[in-house]
Design a protein around this ligand. Sequence first.
Ligand code: FAD
Length: 479
Amino acid sequence: MLRDRLRGELVEPSDPRFPQATQLQNTEYDAVRPHAVAYCASARDVVACVRHAREQGLRVHVRGNGHSMNGWSTGEGLVIDLSRMNHAVADGPLVRLGGGVQSLDALDALKTQHRQIVTGTFPTVSAGGFLTGGGLGWQTRGFGVGSDRIAAAQVVLADGRTVRCSSVEEPDLYWALRGGGGGSFGIVTEFEVRPIDAPTLTGFETLWAYEDAVDVLTAWQEWAVAGPEELGTSLVVLPGMFGPGGRPVVRVWGVHLGPAPRLALELDALAERAGAKPISRTVHPTGPYADVMHEALCGSQTVAQCHRTGSGPEARGHRHPYTRQSYRLTGRAATRAESAALLDAWDASLEEERSERYLLAIALGGAANRTARTETAYAHRDAQFLIGYQMACRDIAADPGAPARLTAWADRAGAALAPLACGSYINFPSSRVSEGWETDYFGENHARLLKVKQVYDPENVFRHAQSVGSGVRTTKAVS
Ligand SMILES: Cc1cc2nc3c(=O)[nH]c(=O)nc-3n(C[C@H](O)[C@H](O)[C@H](O)COP(=O)(O)OP(=O)(O)OC[C@H]3O[C@@H](n4cnc5c(N)ncnc54)[C@H](O)[C@@H]3O)c2cc1C
């Protein structure tokens, strides 16, 4: 029995903990009923799961911490969960990260070890999906995409073997795991990553009136492209339900790696470019990297509280409701007319319906774009921004028209983005699966990824709707 072969735990449908064990970040996938969920405690557990699934003819679903927007880490087979393989330890010049370690835990554990690593801007995303897909965030401009810093990885393969890959061991697998996406080649049980040199950081936040949105969106993009690589920044257009005085608002926030006075000058420069004054501007005190990132990702919550609700007794971290999204990578700052079109697609008129929707952008470029497109599987070395839209419905049962409405909105938004796009990021997949998605995600690297897949997983054991070699062209846009 699989249960007897595990140091971790197997949670089966008869177990009262099963409903919670099946959850991903998005509540939409609560309806999926896997065969069982295996909480692995070691690489040997992962091997046992892969072998068991193959013996029993079960599909495997690899799960780090379940943030796949399109539900790629669950299904009706065996969920192989890595969330308990969550160590983060300094080891000489490198850091060892468990395949399921969440950003907030890694930051916290490494703080006392005086190490900093690249993470994204959401606390509970795990290294397993984040690093294999690329890994973008506020450190991208200064230190490159997360996967650029992988020195080696321990991987359980489809045939049950465990291998270490690096530039000299299994180099093709090593290449593919740096941007080829999770759940395609094997199960990474541990990453060895190069830490970054960022002992301190300064966080900032500015809010802008929606009336200035076109100017702010245009200026923010120009500012980010021209600005120093020490600047990590995002922009979001929030609906009135989250804006001061019930009005929509533009939030520009992020972190700065340099001295606080330089950040103040940069923020002045943004206002000057926009020709507008922010409603508010907050620059937090410069502090230790882990503390500033924790504050930005978790606010005043403790580490235990910041985890996803249901995952522990103190956990309060929110889950995401039913969502439809369109995301693309863009290669330059949009013109004013293009920014206006992007905001038209967000559609201020939907405020009347209290519609929950966002236009979100993260500034990229910098160090990420000094690596050649084919050096790792992450090809997007010309991208300057990740930009996208998402619309949510908090009570899908009470709103039967929501799936079609959200899908239509996301499709319109995706069409507005298309003229600017230079590719798509596999970790921010659009709900609509388009023709040519392989090229969009991987560019000229797709052909080599297919070859690596053929060598390491010829029977396509590791697969999901957009894994390498799946060739699926369906849409999950309306469900
Ligand atoms: C709210 C939110 C905010 C986000 N913010 C950012 C951000 O700032 N920057 C960014 O780059 N991305 C961000 N993402 C996207 C995130 O990086 C991806 O969703 C990522 O794949 C999630 O990893 P996970 O392990 O938590 O998710 P999962 O759903 O568990 O896994 C995602 C994919 O990776 C595979 N996988 C997971 N673990 C492993 C492993 N150990 N070995 C092999 N394959 C594995 C899964 O099979 C699945 O295909 C965000 C996502 C959400 C929902």
